[in-house]
Design a protein around this ligand. Sequence first.
Ligand SMILES: *Cc1c(COP(=O)(O)O)cnc(C)c1O
Length: 459
Amino acid sequence: MADVPHPASTVSAFPAAAGRRALALRAAVEQRLVTPEQPLAGLLDVAGVRASAAELRAAFATPGVAVTHTFAVKAAALVPVLRLLHAEGIGCEVAGPGELALARAAGVPAELTVLDSPAKTDGELREALRLGVAVNADNFAELARLDALVAGAPGGLPASRLGVRVNPQLGAGTIGALSTATATSKFGVALRDEGAADRLVRAFLARPWLTRLHAHVGSQGCPLELMARGVRVVYELAERINAEAGRRQVDTVDIGGGLPVNFASDEVTPTFRGYADLLRATVPGLFDGRYGIVTEFGRSLLAKHGTVLARVEYAKSAGGRPIAVTHAGVHVATRTVLTPAVWPLRVIALDPLGRPKDGEPVVQDVAGPCCFAGDLVAEGRALPPLAEGDWVALPDTGAYYFSTPYQYNSIPRPGVHGYVCDTDVPSGVRFGTVRAPQTLAGVVAESGGGDPEALAALG
Ligand SMILES: *Cc1c(COP(=O)(O)O)cnc(C)c1O
């Protein structure tokens, strides 16, 4: 397979990733991972995930600096994915007991796990401290709860590394719902609020076991410069706390995740390297060996490596507009369907064998199977004319798409399959099941099917 270079060489060699994807799409049809009765699946490029992880590690590697990379589990909450990333040296950032359970099931150790969430319960905090999972407190009330737990720890010293999340209040990116550093964002201690920074410094001085500061400044739509300025604000606060404490109390800065992803082509831009270099220029003191660094990237590690593959069930037309009715809808492309202007996805037209389809492009809608009019993954898109029995592929859906399904219309969750290219097998591709397709019995069971009388018998 001469047109498929060794995948691990570099993630930025995007034609290689596109070549692997094309092979996998065809092989998924040929090997019947998708069929007329199983018309939807998510595919994950294992070599691509490994390459992104390696690129992240290489970008931040700095002599004398302890760098801990964690993956934001919400971006692809699938145990084998967490396991694969762990094999590449990456831990987990978890936002609650479900994600923590997934990280533990993947074998990710406590020292590579960070718990961030704005609404941790007492039980979740106690469990995190029992396990030795790092915790970033969101607010002063949570710090008071930690006081009680730490007081009860052996020797009054927690096994966990504890920190506080701050909001540098620098402003929004282009996507309001994903902008975490606005004046009124719900996350962390709002540093620019009257007296808040002073109060936070006092809180650190009173709690010698607080050793970390955390900020997650943005996500998709956030300019890199804004993210880097947010990290600088956190670094400056760490310097101030340490100066007032007269010792290096804050020894680690958790810079969060948020590197945006290019959904318009196969090009990987921006890169981890570019962001790390910008951070080195903006916050040089963070890399001089006095601080450890924690990262929490999600989308930028996984998005480019996932593809939704869905069958075209019918091709019809309405008001002169051709419509391909497919099995890719709001249940696997939730953000794209609900806010299409913010989250456009590419659509690749494939023939019944899963090969790229030719043909003079026609402006058409690509609809999903769900029962509401807005269930479109692409509207007015010029594509080769799609016909019954064709397939569509939605690239760049490895994070926050098929791994985060929405149970609208009780459509079973699709299977997710990882792939590697292998010239020793006839199709050139080997698959591994990440998540089996959900069964109808599974849908019924999680919809109260275990006790149909629960309401009628109430009276
Ligand atoms: C969601 C989240 C991340 C990951 O964000 P991406 O944009 O997917 O990189 C990291 N840290 C925290 C606290 C988050 O909530």
